[in-house]
Design a protein around this ligand. Sequence first.
Ligand SMILES: Nc1ncnc2c1ncn2[C@@H]1O[C@H](COP(=O)(O)OP(=O)(O)OP(=O)(O)O)[C@@H](O)[C@H]1O
Ligand SMILES: Nc1nc2c(c(=O)[nH]1)N=C(CO)CN2
Length: 178
Amino acid sequence: MSRAVLSIGANMGDTVAALRAVRDHFGDRVVAASAVHATPPWGPVAQDDFDNAVLVVEAPETSPRDWLEEGFACERAADRTREVRWGPRTLDVDVVSVSVDGSVVVDDDPDLTLPHPRAHLRAFVLIPWLDADPDAVLWTPTGEQAVADLVEGLPADERVGVRRRDVEGWTVVREGDR
Ligand SMILES: Nc1ncnc2c1ncn2[C@@H]1O[C@H](COP(=O)(O)OP(=O)(O)OP(=O)(O)O)[C@@H](O)[C@H]1O
Ligand SMILES: Nc1nc2c(c(=O)[nH]1)N=C(CO)CN2
């Protein structure tokens, strides 16, 4: 079984519709979904706040590259353009981590680096991930770390800006609930 943690985000257009479209795309393969979180922009570009969520998806026989390609397909469907690195976008789908038959995939391929090399720094990834899976663990070059501990270690000002939203029709599914 292949399992991926996907970080999805948007800060242009109908952001909630864009996140919903990704969730609908993965359908029954979504085994956990965080709440939608409003998050201040991470990175050097001044821009509007994002809406972010984390989906955990599972399916047999799906390679890491397949998960990435499906994310790209969702981005294309949202008319995503890549103008400025870390700039505003209608949809971003990042593959945070993949495991196959329980083993974490570690790869430094620039086209698909796993786990995502900046995930451990990002409140907009870690806080929603913790919401979907309170026991989540992230592989890092210095060993596995509980996502709860990574969140604790973030600067307080990055944590407080991330706010859980109550979005009509968006059901939170916690790991193990299904
Ligand atoms: N784990 C990953 N998830 C998604 N894309 C990845 C990953 N590793 C490498 N990439 C590559 O990164 C490229 C740029 O992706 P994108 O424009 O979404 O980056 P970004 O969202 O601006 O920045 P960041 O990578 O810091 O999230 C993609 O073409 C993709 O091939
Ligand atoms: N809060 C937040 N900030 C970002 C995001 C994102 O999804 N959420 N995506 C970015 C593109 O790489 C850059 N900055």
